[in-house]
Design a protein around this ligand. Structure first.
Ligand code: PAF
Length: 281
């Protein structure tokens, strides 16, 4: 496995390979890798002759400096699992290598997509995500890029950015990977206390109940059900629960049979923020 820290060096490595192969798969990450990331790698390996992973904790997507400071870093372990997973190359740049002296995000117009949920609660987050993903795409120039559906809103933002920037890159959504008790895998899970970790599967359990209810109840009744569940839980604090149209993230007022809906949730376990989502019906 090749490890690069300099953008020109990885670009040259990829350009040289490009003459011999058809498809390059790319998995951008912020490290602290878990099975969810490795499933993205697995998907990439199935459809591409070369798989590239980046590990870069992107400062411009954090609205909370404490969250950035506390973001887990396990680089040696990450490199070991990527090597085992059969990754061809890893890009491990410094902030300076990516941004030079100018650590700012480009301003995007995503319409409604970044005004709601994560965008509403984490100001500037999606400008930061789109900025880094575009910069990485310019360096790696992948054929296919892989993103997990746990960050479903991020996935829609990236698809939109690719259209806005007229990039010819196929964005491949990958299913959420869960712990055996249902908790969606996240790099933040390791920061949970034992008590909160034991309680956290309640999030997915509630989402599954909400999904079941959505077959027979109104949108409002499903919202009420979820909010009552969390009112009774004193270890997990609900930040938002929202039911939205999958394609444009507009809020559902009533369920229409010709639309695809998803329920989205953000929960605080003490100061650790967990998100999850589920497709309805
Ligand atoms: O999902 C993530 O880990 C990050 O938002 C991403 C896509 C790697 C950009 O920094």
């Amino acid at each position: 496995m090749h490890i690069f820290k300099i953008k020109e060096e990885i670009s040259k490595y990829i350009d040289d390979k490009k003459t011999l192969i058809k498809a390059i798969g790319f998995v951008p990450t912020m490290g602290a890798l878990h099975e969810g990331h490795l499933s993205l790698v697995e998907n990439s390996k199935k459809s591409n002759e070369l798989t590239v992973v980046s590990i870069f904790v992107n400062p411009t997507q954090f609205d909370n400096p404490e969250d950035l400071k506390k973001y887990p870093s396990t680089v040696n372990q990450d490199l070991e699992s990527l090597e085992k997973a059969g990754v061809d190359a890893v890009f491990l740049p410094t902030t300076d290598e990516i941004y030079g002296g100018n650590v700012v995000a480009e301003k995007y117009d995503f319409g409604n997509l970044d005004k709601v949920m994560e965008g509403q609660h984490r100001k500037g987050h999606f400008d930061g995500v789109a900025t880094i993903v575009k910069l990485l795409f310019d360096i790696v120039k992948p054929t296919n890029a892989y993103f997990g559906e746990k960050d479903f809103q991020q996935l829609q933002i990236i698809k939109n950015m690719v259209v806005q920037k007229r990039l010819i890159i196929n964005i491949v959504p990958c299913a959420i990977v869960r712990e055996s008790d249902g908790l969606a895998m996240s790099s933040r899970n390791v920061r949970l206390s034992e008590k909160r970790r034991n309680e956290a599967p309640f999030i997915y359990k509630t989402l599954k109940e909400a999904s079941k209810l959505s077959k027979t109840k109104t949108v409002k009744e499903v919202y009420n059900f979820v909010s009552e569940c969390f009112d009774k839980n004193n270890l997990l604090k609900l930040e938002y629960f929202e039911i939205r149209d999958e394609t444009n993230l507009s809020e559902a007022t009533d369920f229409q049979l010709d639309k695809n809906y998803r329920a989205f949730i953000a929960v605080f376990a003490e100061n650790i923020r967990l998100i999850d989502n589920i497709r309805l019906f």
